[in-house]
Ligand binder design. Structure first.
Ligand SMILES: Cc1ncc(COP(=O)(O)O)c(C=O)c1O
Length: 384
């Protein structure tokens, strides 16, 4: 069966995301999946008990559009404690079905036909299609291999009267770099006296290593007043499949965000919101996450030591970049596919995170895996 009329694609250059493609390839070839970013271990049984409890108690109908107040209050208190920033639970915090939804709703709420949005690539793959479907133009700044730092002079040159938004992401997927206080100060200076909004993707805020501190835009009042912060409970509680996150922004920005959010989903999952609100009392669950993942990063690095893969610096997130230039001169997509099919380890080629498909012979590996998964993968990587 096929529709005989005209279908004009709104996203003619967009295909299926690389994460779906590589995960499917991993399944087809029985490869260890270090491609898509999700843990292969379970979340806390206590959290599952809480969700079950609230389902059994009958909390199974629509939550309020902005989310449960008790959850928003917990988020507000946590943000105050960690970043010394006040977000009013009533008007400045909204619970969303995951970070991706939040990013899309934020872009839809503010980006109009002809607006420019500065995107710093390589970047999470939902940003650009969301901008384009809303008639906006992504304008690309580049994090250059091998240190992946933001060249703020380059970004500054891209700013003009059409610039509606700048998207930042720290800790960063896929590179694993983080933004420092100096980055934030430069950004602050750059947007001063402009109409530019900041969309700050902070879904890895609790996965940051070696004593570094997460530089949330919330810490910087001059940035916070023009910023939409996106967080994801999926990353924090090992529950990416639950699709639960939140957004924080000043009330006038949040009012516009909610206008879109309410018609994309109306509200997020009720029993999970109740459960997370209770579970947030256990501060260690998020405060110990950096130490937990730092151990995983270090274990993965130890395991691949002596192989021909060269690790790049990783300051946060649960991704490790490995350069394979000593193994082959194949392009990164071909090599990632061959690695999956022949060596049975799936990864993500980093060129797919660039508009111009920059190929630095670097693959992204997710280390949010059980130690034995990492051991099996490393054993295979040593054979190359
Ligand atoms: C940088 C970045 N932003 C947003 C998301 C989406 O978060 P969620 O799974 O809550 O939709 C991800 C998930 O991989 C991500 O890596």
């Amino acid at each position: 069966m096929e529709f005989q009329g005209n279908i004009t694609s709104k996203l003619p250059k967009t295909g299926t995301t690389i994460f779906t493609v590589m995960s499917a390839l991993a399944a087809e070839h029985g490869a260890i999946n270090l491609a898509q970013g999700f843990p292969d271990f379970t979340c806390s049984p206590k959290l599952i008990d809480l969700v079950t409890h609230y389902m059994q108690k009958g909390f199974n109908q629509y939550a309020p559009m902005p989310g449960l107040m008790k959850l928003r209050e917990k988020i507000s208190a946590k943000t105050q404690e960690l970043y010394s920033a006040h977000y009013h639970p009533d008007t400045e915090i909204t619970i969303t079905p995951g970070g991706t939804h939040a990013l899309y709703a934020a872009i839809s709420a503010f980006v109009k036909e002809g607006d420019e949005v500065i995107v710093i690539e390589p970047c999470y793959d939902s940003y650009v299609p969301a901008i384009q479907i809303n008639g906006g133009r992504p304008i690309f700044a580049e994090l250059k291999y091998p240190d992946y730092r933001i060249d703020w002079n380059q970004v500054k040159k891209l700013v003009n009267y059409r610039t509606r938004m700048i998207i930042i992401n720290t800790p960063h997927n896929p590179s694993g770099i983080t933004l420092g206080a100096q980055d934030m100060q430069k950004l602050e200076k750059m947007v001063k006296n402009t109409e530019i909004l900041i969309l700050s993707d902070e879904v890895y805020e609790h996965i940051i290593f070696d004593g570094l501190e997460h530089q949330s835009v919330a810490r910087y009042p001059n940035l916070a007043e023009r910023s939409i912060i996106v967080s994801s409970f999926g990353k924090v509680y090992h529950t990416t499949g639950w699709k639960m996150g939140y957004v924080m922004a000043p009330a006038n920005i949040m009012a516009e965000f909610r206008k879109v959010h309410q018609f994309m989903c109306f509200s997020a999952n009720t029993p999970i919101q109740h459960a997370i609100a209770d579970y947030m009392d256990d501060k260690d669950a998020y405060l110990q996450l950096s130490a937990f993942y730092q151990e995983k990063r270090d274990y993965f690095l130890k395991l691949i030591k002596g192989s021909r893969f060269k690790p790049m610096p990783c300051e946060g997130s649960y991704f490790q970049l490995l350069n394979y230039g000593k193994i082959t001169q194949e392009n990164d997509v071909d090599f990632a596919v061959r690695l999956t099919k022949e060596n049975k380890v799936a990864s993500i080629p980093t060129s797919v995170f660039y508009n111009k498909k920059n190929d630095n012979q670097v693959l992204r590996f997710c280390f949010a895996k059980q130690n034995e998964t990492l051991e099996q993968a490393a054993e295979k990587l040593h054979k190359l």
